[in-house]
Design a protein around this ligand. Structure first.
Ligand SMILES: Nc1ncnc2c1ncn2[C@@H]1O[C@H](COP(=O)(O)OP(=O)(O)OP(=O)(O)O)[C@@H](O)[C@H]1O
Length: 299
């Protein structure tokens, strides 16, 4: 196996509010681990305002060997988007409410184990996708889940419990919306409960919307949940949590390399867990193996 370049100079982007977990102790742990392995470490704490600009400035000023996102999927996307197309790998110390991408990548969810990646790892390339110029590394949605994500981001409670409570409240009154989807393989026109544009497999909650998706195959999947009777919801959820969504008559997945999604009813959208405004016509393109990521050494 090719010898990995040793990391020397690291930037850690720490989201102090992610997952409702106090990060002070962790910051000390990061500093200690770096000192033990003679690594130079810089910490940047996100503020929620113009973080992308601030981090970009730091990356341009200093020659970092890797940038670690310390937080949830939003923090991972923020950092990952800045590293797409560069030689600088993205590291992840998962500390959010859900940590979907890190789970799909097999990154340890235990902080101490994840910190081992600073000195023992491999670097691999993964695909990213682009929605009207906005990068997406994990999963983006139109429809029900996007609405829940929007309400979650507007609220002041974090964590999986807050997310589940909002989902339940919205589910009771949610009506499917109309979409037209054209891809290089198949087309779709009709109502859907939600449309997921998936580079990866599962949401942070572990619900697998795209169970067989591969992060470096040069393809993405459009996962549709079509209108279903309210009574079918528990079985649908069960299928998602048991990697068996394709067994449902209410779902379909389109694997493709490019797509245009017409969001006819102007339904809300999120990209990797952050609400986004994309207009009615959404062009989705694939950037194969465009992001380097730091992963555990395979067993
Ligand atoms: N200092 C801060 N104060 C308030 N909000 C912040 C701050 N730093 C970042 N944010 C916000 O945190 C959100 C990203 O959080 P992140 O996704 O990392 O964690 P999470 O939501 O707890 O976890 P997950 O996405 O895995 O469910 C962004 O909306 C960002 O604007």
């Amino acid at each position: 196996m090719k010898e990995e370049k040793k990391l020397r100079n690291l930037l850690f982007v720490v989201n102090p509010i992610a997952g409702d977990i106090d990060k002070e102790e962790l910051e000390d742990e990061i500093k200690t681990t770096c000192a033990e392995h003679q690594l130079n470490c810089t910490l940047y704490r996100t503020t929620g305002k113009n973080d992308a600009g601030e981090i970009k400035k730091r990356i341009e000023q200093d020659n970092y060997d890797a940038v670690f996102a310390v937080g949830g999927d939003g923090t991972v996307s923020l950092v990952g988007a800045l590293l797409i197309g560069t030689q600088t790998p993205l590291g992840i110390i998962p500390l959010g409410s859900g940590n979907g991408l890190s789970k799909d990548l097999g990154i340890p969810q235990d902080t101490e184990e994840a910190l081992q990646l600073l000195h023992e790892h491999v670097v691999r390339n993964i695909d990213t996708i682009d929605l009207n110029g906005h990068p997406s590394i994990h999963l983006s949605d139109l429809g029900f889940n996007a609405l829940v994500v929007k309400r979650f981001c507007e609220g002041d409670k974090r964590g999986p419990g807050a997310y589940a409570w909002i989902a339940l409240q919205e589910y009771i009154q949610y009506e499917p919306k109309f979409y037209r989807i054209e891809t290089d393989t198949e087309n779709f026109e009709g109502e859907a409960f939600m449309v997921t544009i998936a580079n990866a497999n599962a949401f942070g909650s572990n619900a697998a919307i795209n169970p067989s998706g591969i992060l470096n195959d040069g393809r993405f999947e459009i996962c549709l949940i079509e209108p279903f009777p309210k009574a079918a919801a528990p079985v649908l959820l069960y299928r998602m949590y048991t990697d068996n969504i394709d067994g449902s008559i209410y779902t379909r997945r389109i694997s493709c390399r490019r797509a245009t999604v017409y969001n006819v009813d102007h339904e809300v959208v999120h990209i990797d867990g952050e609400p986004a405004e994309l207009g009615e016509e959404i062009k989705v393109t694939m950037h194969a193996k465009s992001l380097k990521v730091i992963l555990p050494i395979p067993e």
